[in-house]
Design a protein around this ligand. Structure first.
Ligand code: ASP
Length: 361
């Protein structure tokens, strides 16, 4: 389902940049960062053309900044794979004209979007930094300005004395840490420190100075950017819990047309050994459903066969997800299945690291 690219205007923000200053494109999708209350006192997304007025600090920046707003700003709970394809296409369309990109996005699904864009933008050589806020811009104590200004600084950062961008990958900046796009998880809905970097160190920390962990950042790609245009939609997530019934497992794994399922297991990838459960997995395998085993734990990794309770999974075709996050796993399934490859290659890609989402053992 490739998306057609609407012709969206760019709005130039007045700044104090000189000719050699980095050129940044800010893509506004919606989210709390740009919300206001409606008549029923609910927060709803607003168009963001007043950004410059609400954030006068932007005028003092020494970067060229252009703003591109998606046609309809949305609460990120309404994000769909079509939005990810559109964002990827827009970044591809403007890739040559900018040094870095900042995506303003709601926090609820930002980790999914950052992971999806990581997969869609293969051989990315420039920064794409997602950020947002827990309080709308303009509100007293809002975190919007600080998050956005730091995200812009990250997107503009070059290796000292060179023109090489410091972050040739998708990242998510929030509060004071920059997280790899495939490692982010929203862990907090009330405090400003809303995201955690799962199973991988943060790529940068913003204190009094902005400190990059260069050794943990992906190297510059050897090939040119390739923007992928397809994501498979027939995927599911099945989270195990003690007491889960055969009817529930059968219903999810038996969805007509299902192509892949993230199985959220216990601990290091363990699952019930009851015959009915193993039978459901076997039937899914026979129907060609790819099952990716991801741990419910927020740290650690899946090691199929470490316990008896995961020993049968590999022979039932279940693919061990290592230390991948659930957010990266579901978007990786959409991406890999969207490539339309044969079984052996699909399995190989699902079990290998593509964008820093797995730490090989
Ligand atoms: N519901 C909002 C969203 O994800 C939450 C936020 O942005 O913080 O769009």
């Amino acid at each position: 389902m490739p998306v057609s690219l609407p012709d969206l205007p760019l709005l130039t923000l007045p700044t104090v940049a000189d000719a050699a200053a980095p050129r940044l494109l800010m893509l506004y999708t919606g989210g709390t960062v740009g919300m206001a209350v409606n008549k029923r006192r609910e927060l709803v997304p607003m168009p963001f053309d007043k950004l410059d007025r609400l954030m006068p600090e932007l005028r003092q920046l020494a970067y060229h900044i252009e703003l591109l707003a998606l046609p309809e700003p949305i609460d990120s709970s309404n994000v769909t794979p079509a939005d990810w394809l559109l964002l990827a296409q827009l970044i591809g369309q403007h890739y040559a004209d900018f040094d870095g990109f900042v995506v303003l996005h709601g926090t609820d699904t930002m980790a999914y979007s950052a992971a999806a864009l990581s997969f869609l933008l293969e051989h990315l050589g420039k920064p794409v930094v997602f950020t947002g806020a827990q309080l709308p811009v303009g509100r007293t104590r809002s975190d919007a300005t600080r998050n956005l200004l730091t995200a812009l600084e990250i997107a503009a950062a070059r290796h000292p004395g060179t023109s090489t961008m410091r972050l040739p990958e998708v990242g998510l900046f929030f509060d004071d840490i920059l997280i790899r796009g495939t490692r982010a998880k929203k862990v907090e809905s009330q405090q400003f420190a809303a995201f955690k970097s799962e199973n991988y160190p943060p790529l940068a920390r913003a204190g009094i100075t902005l400190t990059f962990a260069d050794k943990d950042i992906r190297p510059l790609p050897a090939a040119r950017l390739r923007v992928h245009e397809r994501l498979a939609e027939n995927v599911a997530v099945l989270r195990l819990f003690p007491g889960i019934t055969a009817a529930v497992v059968e219903a999810v794994l038996g969805v007509p047309g299902l192509r892949g399922c993230v199985l959220e297991t216990y601990g290091s990838g363990n699952a019930p050994t009851a015959p009915w459960f193993l039978d459901c997995l076997e039937k899914a395998r026979q129907r060609g459903v790819y099952v990716l085993n991801v741990s419910q734990c927020q740290e650690g990794r899946v090691v199929q066969g470490h316990y008896e309770t995961s020993a049968r999974l590999s022979s039932l075709g279940v693919i061990g997800g290592d230390d991948i996050t659930s957010e990266a796993a579901i978007t990786k399934l959409m991406f890999v299945l969207g490539l339309g490859l044969g079984e052996a290659e699909t399995r190989r890609l699902l079990s290998h690291d593509l964008r820093g989402e797995i730490t090989p053992q």
